[in-house]
Design a protein around this ligand. Sequence first.
Ligand code: ATP
Length: 253
Amino acid sequence: MNQNEKVIEFSAIKKQYGNFHAVKGIDLTVHKGELFGFLGPNGAGKTTMIRILTGIIKPTSGNVLIKGYDLYKDPDNAKSRIGFVPDRPYLYEKLTPLEYFDFMGGLYNVNKNQVESKGEEMLKLFDLWDRRNELIESFSHGMKQKVAMSAAILHDPDIFVVDEPTVGLDPKSLKLAKDFFRNLISQGKTVFLTTHTLSVAQDLCNRIGIIRNGEIVALGSMSELQKKASLPGNDLESVFLKITEEEEQEKII
Ligand code: ATP
C-alpha cells in the first residue's frame, strides 16, 4: 500500500460569492490512508471546500485532483472515487433502506449483488437490519445518518467525505461510526471529515487542518498542532481555540 499516494489535491482554490471571498487560495493535499479532519469556526469555509471537493460547486479559480484525476477535465473518473455524506443528507423518505440502496447503486452502476451484500453488511453494522423494510420517513435523524453513510459506501469509494458525521448519533452509534471510519482506513481508504465535535476529531484524526476566514491557519498531527499553539499535552479544544483566537487577534492588531 503506497501511503504517500496523493488522493486529494486542492491547488490554489478560491471561491467568491459576489464580492465575498469565502475561500482565499487553499493548497491542501491528503494522502491515502489518512483520516483527515477539516475543522474551523462557523462560516470558515469548510462546507464550501467539501462542496468543491465533491463537485457540487465549482471554485472561482484553482484545481482539484482526485486520485490524480482532474475533477473538471475527467469528472466521471474523479467523482466515482468519492463517497459523500452531507451534513443534512437528502434521502428519499418514501423508500425503505434497501430500496434506497438499490436506487443509489443504480446511480453508480454498482451490480445488484454488491449492493445487496454491502447494504446488508452496513445495516447490520449499524443495528438497522431489523428496520430494513420500513420507510426512511419513520427513522430518527441518527438512523437516517446511518442509512446515508451506508449508501455512500455501496460503490466502494476510495475516499469517504463526511460533513459532520456524528451529529445526532447516540454514544453506541458514535462508537460504531468511529470504528467504521477506522476500518475504512485499515482497508487503505481515506476519510475526509468536518466536525465541530473536537473530541471526536482528536480521537479519530491522524492529521487536522484548521480553516478560518477561508484560509488554512494550521495543519498537522495533534502533536504538531499542540506545538504550534505552544500547548503541549493539551486537548484539541484548547489548541483549536488558541489557534483560531490568535488569528483573530492578529487581524484586530
Ligand atoms: P459552518 O461550520 O457554520 O457550517 P462552514 O465553515 O461550513 O461553516 P461555509 O458554509 O463554507 O462555512 O461558508 C463560508 C462562508 O461563505 C460564509 O460566510 C457563508 O455565509 C458564505 N457562503 C456560503 N455559501 C454561500 C452562498 N451560496 N452565497 C453566499 N455566501 C455563501
